[in-house]
Design a protein around this ligand. Structure first.
Ligand SMILES: [Fe+2]
Ligand SMILES: [Fe+2]
Length: 466
């Protein structure tokens, strides 16, 4: 049976037949993977999908579709308005638009970057695969599946780049992207946070707030790549990521709202007695997912980051935005680590690219804490972001054996730090308590007991019993 064409705006029809065959064969494997990954295949779900309009702009169409029939495709954003590399060692040279433009010595770095980005996409779908069964409303369930199909599409974008520009290596990597499995001790995903289980909906809201936001900053840095097809794939992905983060942010805001409401009538304000999520458990979930997500940026002082920036493969946040930075060559320039503390240390700015991107990310996360805290009346402890060095695994050798607590306090010995760390992360009992609340709330305008209705629809919804 002839396969349906792949929706795209990259001229697949004009590619060599062998390449089209690889893409189509990869699609078959992808659909098999999707059947394994997703448990809700038969029911049409209200979803949106990417399309190209007649004027060439990318946009969304929407309707009810079964997920296996979702029109995944390959969509490149418009060409960059600038035509020359705006930073690094190749600053001023034309952007690379074809494989032969890329310096041969850089191909491995570029391929690794694309594979690493690509690997996160199916990983998160795997991490979320059973959550549809306990969705706290139909609205949230559709939101989860929207996130999932779009992560799938992001994988398609990376696979297109691999198959089109990286020959046999790229084809092998594309296959491997469907062979690794999140959390598998032997064939796990590449990055730590993408092997950590997303156990429940509270974790899902934290993941989409904090881990998808890491994705946002990685994509923003990759959208500055000198390899234009890579840079252009990221633009539309960023539009979709905005929905993923909003899904998480709103989810947590609704948890906080409901908890505060339940605190008013709960004996001694203890919402556990009435089936709500205590703010201290939420805080521990935030600590877990924020720290795991910070690790995704890599070490603070990094050879690798220096090389990727110098080679023009990955820029700073908004590198090409006029007026954002004065110096795009950085032949000198320092980054001050732990400024204003007894441990202040200066290092090369080029080697601090991970830290610069992490700084942008931290500022962005902090905004959401302010939003959530608006729900919390005075007299009740507010939520906070733990110190960025708390519970970190990557790059800690930079801190010369020091351990940092949630408030940035330094622990002299490993044992007292470990005690502090455990006290500030969810315990098995916390996970078990939250798990006990996770029951599917199905049907129009029904919402689980522990979560406020979707914003603006409060009056229409009724709570399910706990
Ligand atoms: Fe994604
Ligand atoms: Fe995402």
């Amino acid at each position: 049976m002839a396969r349906p064409p792949i929706p795209n705006n990259v001229g697949i029809e004009n590619l060599p037949a062998r390449m089209v065959e690889h893409l189509e064969a990869w699609r078959d494997s992808y659909l098999d993977w999707w059947k394994w990954t997703n448990l809700d295949l038969e029911e049409p779900i209200p979803l949106r999908w990417a399309v190209q309009r007649e004027n060439g702009d990318l946009g969304f169409d929407s309707g009810n579709v079964k997920m296996l029939e979702y029109p995944w495709g390959i969509w490149l954003g418009p060409q960059k308005s600038y035509r020359h590399i705006p930073y690094g060692d190749h600053m001023g040279e034309p952007l690379w638009t074809e494989r032969q433009d890329i310096p041969a010595a850089y191909l491995d770095d570029l391929r690794r970057l694309i594979v690493q980005q690509g690997d996160t996409e199916p990983a998160s779908v795997e991490q979320q695969r059973t959550l549809g069964l306990t969705a706290p409303s139909d609205h949230d369930r559709a939101g989860l599946f929207q996130v999932n199909v779009e992560e799938g599409r992001h994988l398609w974008a990376m696979v297109y780049l691999l198959i089109r520009y990286f020959g046999k290596d790229g084809r092998d990597e594309s296959d491997a992207l469907l062979e690794r499995r999140s959390g598998d001790p032997d064939t796990g995903r590449i990055l730590g946070a993408f092997n950590n289980p997303i156990r429940d909906w509270l974790a899902l809201f934290c993941f989409t707030t904090f881990t998808d936001r890491d994705g946002k900053y990685q994509l923003r840095a990759e959208s500055e790549s000198a390899f234009e097809p890579f840079a252009c794939t990221t633009d539309f992905m960023l539009r979709e990521e905005a929905f993923h983060m909003a899904f998480g942010q709103n989810g947590i805001e609704r948890v906080v709202k409901r908890t505060i409401e339940l605190m008013k009538t709960a004996p001694h304000g203890d919402v556990k007695q009435v089936g709500g999520i205590p703010l201290d458990i939420l805080q521990k979930y935030i600590n877990e997912w924020y720290s795991l997500s910070l690790d995704l940026f890599g070490g603070p002082d990094s050879n690798n980051a220096e090389r990727l920036w110098g080679r023009g493969l990955k820029g700073r946040d908004d590198e090409s935005k006029p007026g954002r930075y004065e110096d795009h060559k950085l032949s000198s320039g320092e980054y001050v680590y732990e400024a204003g503390t007894p441990f202040e240390k200066r290092g090369s700015l080029r080697r601090a690219m991970n830290e610069l991107l992490r700084d942008e990310y931290i500022k962005d996360c902090a905004k959401w804490l302010d939003v959530w805290n608006k729900q919390i009346p005075d007299g009740i402890p507010k939520l906070y972001l733990p110190d960025h060095r708390f519970n970190r695994s990557i790059g800690m050798s930079f801190y010369e054996g020091r351990h940092y607590g949630v408030r940035g306090e330094v622990f002299a010995d490993a044992a007292s730090y470990e005690k502090h760390r455990r006290a500030n992360l969810p315990t098995e009992a916390d996970y078990a308590y939250v798990k006990g609340l996770m029951k599917r709330a199905a049907g129009p305008n029904k919402v689980a007991f522990w979560l406020a209705p979707p914003k603006g629809k409060e009056a229409e919804y009724t709570y399910c019993s706990k």
